[in-house]
Design a protein around this ligand. Sequence first.
Ligand code: CA
Ligand code: CA
Length: 429
Amino acid sequence: MKRAVALTALLSLAVLSAPAASATASPAGRKADLGRQTLPANDGWAAEGTGTTGGAAAPASNTYTVSTRAQLAAALAAPAPKIIYVKGTIDTDRTCADYATGGYTLEAYLAAYDPAVWGRDTEPSGPLEDARAASAARQTANIKLKVGSDTTIVGLGKDARIRGVNLHIDKADNVIVRNVDFEDTADCFPQWDPTDGDEGNWNSLYDNISVTGSTHVWVDHNTFTDGDNPDSNQPLYFGRPYQVHDGQLDITNGSNHVTASWNRFADHDKTMLIGSTNNPATDTGKLKVTVHHNHFDNTLQRLPRVRFGQVHVYNNYYEIPDASTFVYALGVGVQSQIFAENNFFRLSRAVAPANLLYNWGGTSLTARGNVLRVGGPVTPLDLVAAYNAAHDPDLGTDAGWTPTLHTAIEPAPAVRESVSRHAGSGKIG
Ligand code: CA
Ligand code: CA
């Protein structure tokens, strides 16, 4: 009973200090113009130095309201600073059949590279692999849209959606993306690689949002799903899942100073990759990312997976209902420095808390204030102790830094409710 009383007290505290979406309504109760909003001071790594303002300072002539892929592409190519308002659903306006060229069909590809025919020692090559690559290049040209510096992309109202597009924030500084439902960025032409892992893998090219070589990026109050095309519905070919999706929000190639807040990531396999290579040349001292108040809802791995970066993961709500598909939550990669604080893990009974971490070649992380709920009461969770009790080598308990750029940190027991209620698109528009 003592615990229940203490938790109730913590919950009321959290309500009093509720940080959710506080900057979105004007005092008169009218909807604020999201396009003119900037990242609050101290709100994670994207607040470092000059902070993140996106296109908030754009003159009226540099504001665009877009409802088609072509309009979005044209607005993205226009001069900065700029604000792009997404109205309704943007689709890719082509089908997989429109991109296929050079004789590519999935049936022919499967016939050519069946391990019984091609073996397992070398990657596919030859006319059908060339046709696959040529077809993929046509899809890339249509769906991969580059986002430059000093740009804000915000959804209007509650139903702004971008489907099948890969937003590529590349070599840019100062970008904001908010209030958009990103859906099903499926690769029409996954590549078979028999040398990837013990049994081979199907690999796909596109994330919903890719952040490469970019700084000061704020990704806030968006939803990421695979729509009616979830990974769980894909067939097996050559005994392996036909994976048509890559990441939902991948941050790589020397990117730095990123805040991902109040997003909902749902029903997806590889969710958030921070750092894509163990080669230290580009990423050492970078990949500093804050991940807070996100809802990881039936996502299977990379929540996030980290290499190199000092990554503050706080006040996120992890909902892990299915032990048969779940892989891990936090990936502790090479030279990563994860600081995991006051997160709420809601697990089904069959999910072992020991498997919330996965060691991809890291040495330690700091974990404090996290809580666990498995049907019964909310209890404290020592992520590292749970991991170490079941795995070797052990992980250390000190990531070697203490975050200073953050806004109010809620007591972990309150996170389930605040994040369930406020995370995702359609909540602030
Ligand atoms: Ca990726
Ligand atoms: Ca151990």
